[in-house]
Design a protein around this ligand. Structure first.
Ligand code: AGP
Length: 590
């Protein structure tokens, strides 16, 4: 959450360059933004409410500058106002600071500093950091003041600080991501890699309780706990800058949906021996726990069915934020499988820390190589979906499902059968994602765009996909959508059905089909408009969306029409499909 970007180097348009970088990170937060640039021993700044994508070069008259920091905000403390937008400053504007995270003891820090005469102008937790550094600066160097302030703050943070009369950026981290891009005589700092990928693919990750001081010459890293310098090895990022662009598509969401024509195949490019090793770890573990949040959590739930049905293994599931209440059962022989697109989700990371503190091993299934989860896990499988920038997860979801299905097959000693099934599924998806198919779904979107509520039902793995469908429809269409196990309808939710309520049934060609069709009859008898997503048509459907029969991979194909439906409902309802209200891509706060 919150995008951070900074530049230090020979170019003299640092503020505009930072604004362009922030535009690439806007999916991390988009309620307000701001930039601070150092020029002529002073700090020039610009803060605005709204999306940074609306900014045009020249809207603010920045002086020439080679050093600038910027931030696009997802509000936590304090409303969406210019005063609460970052950067925040000390009293004489000689320090400017941007922050991603939450400072838990900010109220105490603020009260103490106010009693010492500091005047605050915002409601944010962030402003307390810059005042605390300013306070310490009276008796020590800038570096020492930052270190001291960091040692006094509780919570999660990634911060960048500049000073009016020093050509340097100081960055520090605990819990929230920061990556340093090392170019030819120039430096970038971003909370995600795509921000600077067009300039460099050479990076260093800042780890927890580390600080980096970047000047014109070098980036020097320090361990804040031992107060000693550290050396880091440069990491090369394999993504291309063009992969993080929209290309000819109007939105990242539709681009990423269409990329599913090949992302399952890429997800399958795994080392067989590694997959077998992980399957053995699952089989030998004293309890395996799948953990993820939001869509990744639904992928985990879907995988519990796959592990049971295909792999004949019992695996547990918890959403990241609930794991702390279930961790008593974790032992040193347990295994956690953490699933995440970003590899930075705070609730999932907290679950990982809890599991590790009990000696359990952690496998991460992630998209972003080098992310915190990647670095903190014992094993990692990368899903290789390429940058996913739309807030709504699509291609990462199906790629995660493919990798977990593969692992379920490996647990049963049937890895090759799993690969074949998933490669066949890939070619089925390739055929399915054609313009006529999208038109058909657009027709449905037209019909239901004005409804107030809709329900999605499924059984087995399709129950998990029903829950994921609800997330997709909620976040992009803003229509009230809920997913249920179809058999649960008669235990309560059927009371919600009235004339013309859309009910979407997700169906597999297996023994569950008959039950779900019966449940469709039950809602139809109460006036529901039944939409079937199924390999075969049925008289109960008022509208049928055909999907290929993908056998054990049915969950993967069944979510794709829902992604398209959510996208088109979003467009019809004049929502921004890439940046839905109140949300942000990478949820790095608890
Ligand atoms: C997906 O559409 C959502 N925006 C959200 O639920 C997301 O899946 C969740 O925040 C987890 O993110 P992660 O995969 O990066 O951990």
């Amino acid at each position: 959450m919150c995008g951070i970007f900074a530049y230090l180097g020979p170019k003299t348009n640092a503020p505009e360059l930072v604004i362009e970088g922030l535009k690439k990170l806007e999916y991390r937060g988009y309620d307000s933004w701001g930039v601070a640039a150092q020029a002529n021993n002073r700090i020039d700044s610009c803060k605005k409410v709204g999306k940074i994508s609306a900014y045009q070069v020249g809207d603010h008259n920045f002086a020439a500058s080679s050093l600038a920091i910027g931030h696009s905000r997802w509000a936590t403390h304090g409303g969406v106002t210019e005063a609460n937008a970052h950067p925040h400053f000390n009293a004489d504007h000689s320090l400017a600071l941007v922050h991603n995270g939450i400072i838990e003891n900010y109220a105490e820090i603020r009260a103490d500093l106010e009693s010492k005469g500091h005047k605050f102008v915002s409601q944010t937790d962030t402003e307390s950091i810059v005042h605390l550094i300013d306070f310490h600066l009276k008796s020590m160097s800038l570096e020492e003041a930052v270190k001291k302030a960091m040692s006094e703050m509780h919570g999660r943070y990634a911060i960048l600080l500049i000073k009016a009369d020093e050509q340097k950026i100081i960055a520090a981290r605990r819990g929230s991501p920061l990556i340093i891009g090392i170019g030819q005589g120039e430096f970038f700092v971003g909370s995600d890699i795509p921000a600077f990928l067009e300039y460099t693919n050479q990076v260093n990750y800042l780890d927890d309780d580390q600080m980096v001081i970047i000047d014109q010459e070098k980036a020097q890293f320090y361990d804040l706990k031992t107060n000693s310098p550290i050396e880091k090895r440069l990491i090369t990022i394999e993504w291309q800058a063009s992969q993080a662009e929209k290309g000819d598509y109007p939105h990242f969401m539709i681009k990423e949906i269409m990329e599913q024509k090949e992302t399952i195949r890429r997800a399958l490019e795994q080392d067989d021996q590694e997959i077998q090793k992980i399957a053995e770890a699952i089989k030998g573990a004293f309890g395996t726990y799948l953990v993820g949040c939001g869509t990744a959590g639904k992928v985990c739930l879907a995988a519990t069915y796959q592990f049971s049905h295909i792999g004949h293994r019992h695996v547990n599931f918890a959403v990241g934020s609930e794991f702390s209440s279930l961790q008593d059962f974790i032992k040193d022989r347990s295994l956690m499988i953490a699933v995440s697109q970003s590899g930075e989700t705070a609730d999932t990371l907290e679950a990982i820390h809890a599991a590790k503190s009990k000696g359990a091993k952690v496998l991460s299934i992630i998209n972003v190589k080098g992310s915190t989860m990647d670095r903190e896990s014992d094993f990692a499988l990368h899903i290789k979906a390429g940058p996913e920038k739309a807030v709504a997860s699509t291609k990462a979801t199906t790629a995660q499902m493919a990798v977990l299905t593969l692992l379920a097959y490996a647990c049963a000693g049937r890895l090759e059968a799993g690969k074949k099934l998933l490669l066949d599924t890939q070619s089925q998806i390739n055929d399915m994602l054609n313009p006529r198919y999208e038109d058909h779904i657009r027709t449905l979107a037209d019909q239901i765009a004005k409804v107030e509520s809709m329900y999605i039902i499924g059984k087995g793995v399709n129950y998990a996909i029903a829950l994921e469908s609800a997330i997709k429809l909620q976040e992009i269409s803003y229509i009230h959508a809920e997913g249920f196990a179809s058999g649960e309808l008669k235990h309560g939710p059927i009371a919600l059905i009235s004339q013309s309520t859309p009910v979407i049934a997700l169906i597999s060609n297996d023994q569950s089909r008959k039950d779900v069709l019966n449940n469709c009859q039950e809602v139809k008898a109460r006036g529901a408009y039944v939409i079937g997503i199924a390999p075969e048509n049925d008289a109960v459907f008022d509208f049928w969306i055909k999907v290929p029969d993908a056998g054990e991979a049915q969950g993967i194909v069944n979510i794709i029409p829902i992604q398209l439906l959510a996208y088109h409902l979003g467009l019809l309802r004049k929502n921004d499909p890439d940046m839905p209200r109140n949300l942000a891509k990478s949820v790095t706060v608890k």
